[in-house]
Design a protein around this ligand. Structure first.
Ligand SMILES: [Zn+2]
Length: 88
């Protein structure tokens, strides 16, 4: 996953993609997103959803609070991969 260091340096959560200019929504460690290989990154609800929308086989860590996990899945489902490229 190409999230992390650059985003944190810019004051955003680790789930924020470098190319995504949007600000965080809530705490930077609200949920953890896993890719299909098990790599994980913590993020705010907004960036976790945007990251999840572009991951093949991605999921929210099962220890995340249910309400937060559902919120991330619902938001991700409404987004295309790389949402920032289409102005979302
Ligand atoms: Zn964020």
């Amino acid at each position: 996953m190409r999230a992390g260091r650059d985003a944190r340096a810019a004051g955003r959560c680790a789930a924020a993609q470098r190319e995504d200019p949007t600000p965080c929504d809530g705490p930077a460690d609200t949920v953890t997103v896993l890719d299909r290989l098990g790599h994980e990154v913590a993020g705010c609800v907004h960036h976790a959803a945007r990251l999840l929308a572009g991951l093949d086989g991605g999921r929210v860590h099962p220890f995340a609070p249910v309400a937060r996990a559902v919120e991330v899945y619902v938001r991700a489902r409404a987004l295309p991969p790389r949402a920032w490229e289409v102005g979302l």
